[in-house]
Design a protein around this ligand. Structure first.
Ligand code: AMP
Length: 542
């Protein structure tokens, strides 16, 4: 009788770090006090590990003096900068919960997060090229009442005052299972949810990532991904704190040339990015001018990774140990990765296999039974890395974590015979544009506030540069007229730019099933044919 393996696997049980983020930071700062913790190129600022610990403890003391207590929420709203990292570490040392806010967020989104997170304090950049953060905050605060008591802009006297405190971490005990971070994601349904992550979740995830990538204090990660997302603040920051390797911030916003220049100037050994970023770097007209010979490894993640792009990164960027990571904010994030010494085929055309201390299974979407290897199903995960839950939303949490502790990713995948995973689709209605997740329902709900719109359906289209782009089909109220440009103007300043539909079609009706359910896949097919996107739609991914 032939024995069929089921799509279940478990990474090796290895000893974990067993330290809170604050303890680990202190450990690294004592071991390599003069080692580089971060260099922010656009700010011409460098901090060693001992300087980072010192800044974190001054800020922690300042937070305490302002009345921020352990488990209070503290937000950060800025593009990548050294201050972001300092506040992250300060929250960890103070036992406060860091709330990441996407720098692309606009009035409508900021209002939601201030309300839902009940944050007591917010750190922000006053303004940058793209955003007047302080102005937006003032506008939002003027329109409502929030728990927010203090807002401090980086670089102001108030900020300098906090940094001038005597260094003092919290004396209150901080447990591994205390929440330390809230990151907003929309989960599988409409409105964004706060993913409540503990020290154990993100510190151990960072530790295991560092272990797989064989980071030492000699390594330097070129970090083009935002701190506001788990790719930056866990795969980046937590892996660095776990290993003592340095973080290189090439610029505030993503700029392919700044990334290439940063790798060369700082002799980066690792490079991170979503597929769109690597595509932009590889295609940059000056790509060949930069010496990228210091690179050894790197991580591509966050969206389906094109096999061809992975191959080019491995060869043209000298990342011979390049790997793909797969996971979600809710799973700290990384669930699977390849080993750096796996052969090329495994590293470029799969997302790897279960990380240490991680259980994975692939189940039939209908029956919930584990399928045989080689058969597509929904990927589920269990282990130390699983979020504590969606902040204040026990029902939403129960919908994604079953009574046996299995988390439903709503991603479709195939576990190969050898245990390596391919991501084959999504059971959730989500668009990933250039690594940014977009929930159609959120945009639909916002567009329903437009006075002329009767019905709207949003979905994703294949896109050469961003992987996917946003498509909206709109039925106007009788007798109304509108233009695509007018609709986009309506969104401007209210929702993040990346969510504003690139393609808008005004229609009289939508493709539906016999039972009247709207078929978004048909909308997509029609647009692909109309816009001639068949070739882009066929690209192979891991
Ligand atoms: P986030 O919570 O923002 O980290 O987004 C998680 C989602 O990104 C997953 O549920 C996947 O749909 C997608 N994703 C992350 N990594 C990969 C990958 N390597 N390949 C394909 N999709 C990915």
């Amino acid at each position: 009788m032939e024995l069929h393996l089921l799509s279940y696997s478990q990474g090796p049980a290895v000893p974990l770090l067993d330290r809170t983020i604050g303890e680990q930071l202190e450990h690294v700062a004592r071991r390599w006090p003069d080692g580089l913790a971060v260099v922010s190129r656009h700010q011409s600022k460098r901090l060693t590990w001992s300087q980072l610990l010192d800044a974190a403890d001054r800020l922690a003391h300042g937070l305490a003096k302002l009345g921020v207590e352990p488990q209070d929420r503290v937000g950060v709203w800025a593009m990548n900068c050294w201050e972001w990292l300092a506040v992250h570490m300060a929250c960890a040392r103070a036992g406060a919960i860091l709330v990441n806010i996407n720098p692309s967020s606009r009035a409508h989104e900021l209002t939601y997060i201030l309300n839902r997170s009940r944050m007591k304090m917010l750190f922000l950049r006053e303004r940058d090229e793209k955003t007047d953060y302080a102005g937006l905050l003032a506008e939002v605060r003027g329109g409502g009442t929030f728990a927010l008591q203090h807002a401090v802009c980086f670089g102001t006297a108030a900020w300098d005052g906090l940094l001038a405190e005597t260094p003092r971490a919290s004396s209150a005990p901080i447990a591994l299972d205390d929440p330390t971070n809230i990151q907003y994601t929309s989960g599988t349904t409409g409105s964004p949810k706060g993913v409540l992550l503990t020290h154990r979740n993100i510190m151990e995830n960072g530790y295991l990532i560092a272990r797989v990538l064989r980071y030492t204090e000699q390594d330097r990660i070129c970090l083009a991904v935002p701190f506001a997302h788990c790719f930056g603040n866990v795969i980046g920051t937590m892996a660095a704190v776990a290993s003592g390797c340095g973080l290189i911030l090439p610029n505030a916003v993503f700029d392919p040339k700044a990334v290439l220049a940063a790798v060369e100037a700082e002799r980066a050994t690792a490079i991170y990015g979503v597929p769109t970023m690597f595509i932009a770097e590889l295609r940059h007209p000056e790509f060949k001018k930069f010496d990228l010979g210091s690179l050894r490894t790197g991580v591509m993640a966050g969206a389906p990774c094109p096999v061809e792009v992975m191959k080019q990164v491995a060869s043209d960027m000298h990342c011979r140990e390049m790997v793909i990571a797969y996971g979600l904010t809710e799973t700290a994030p990384v669930l699977t990765m390849s080993e750096v010494d796996d052969d090329m085929e495994h590293r470029v055309s799969t997302v790897g296999q279960a990380m240490p201390c991680t259980e994975l299974k692939v189940v039939d979407v209908e029956t919930r039974q584990t399928v045989e290897r080689g058969v597509q199903g929904e990927i589920c995960a269990r282990g130390y890395m699983l979020m504590q839950g969606y902040d204040g939303e026990p029902e939403a949490t129960a919908r994604v974590i079953d009574s046996d502790g299995w988390f439903r990713t709503a991603d479709l995948g195939v576990m190969r015979e050898d245990g390596y995973l391919n991501i084959t689709g999504r059971a959730k209605d989500m668009i990933i544009r250039g690594g940014e997740n977009i929930y159609p329902r959120e945009i639909e709900e916002f567009l329903y506030t437009h006075p002329q719109i009767a019905e709207v359906q949003v979905t994703g289209l294949p896109n050469e540069r961003y992987g996917e782009s946003v498509l909206a089909w709109i039925r106007l109220k009788p007798g109304e007229t509108a233009t695509a440009e007018g609709i986009r103007q309506f969104c401007d300043g209210e929702i993040a730019k990346f969510k504003i539909p690139e393609s808008i079609r005004f229609v009289e009706s939508f493709p539906t099933t016999l039972s009247g359910k709207i078929q978004k896949f048909r909308m997509r097919e029609i647009e692909i044919a109309e816009q001639g996107l068949e070739e882009v739609a066929r690209r192979g991914t891991a």
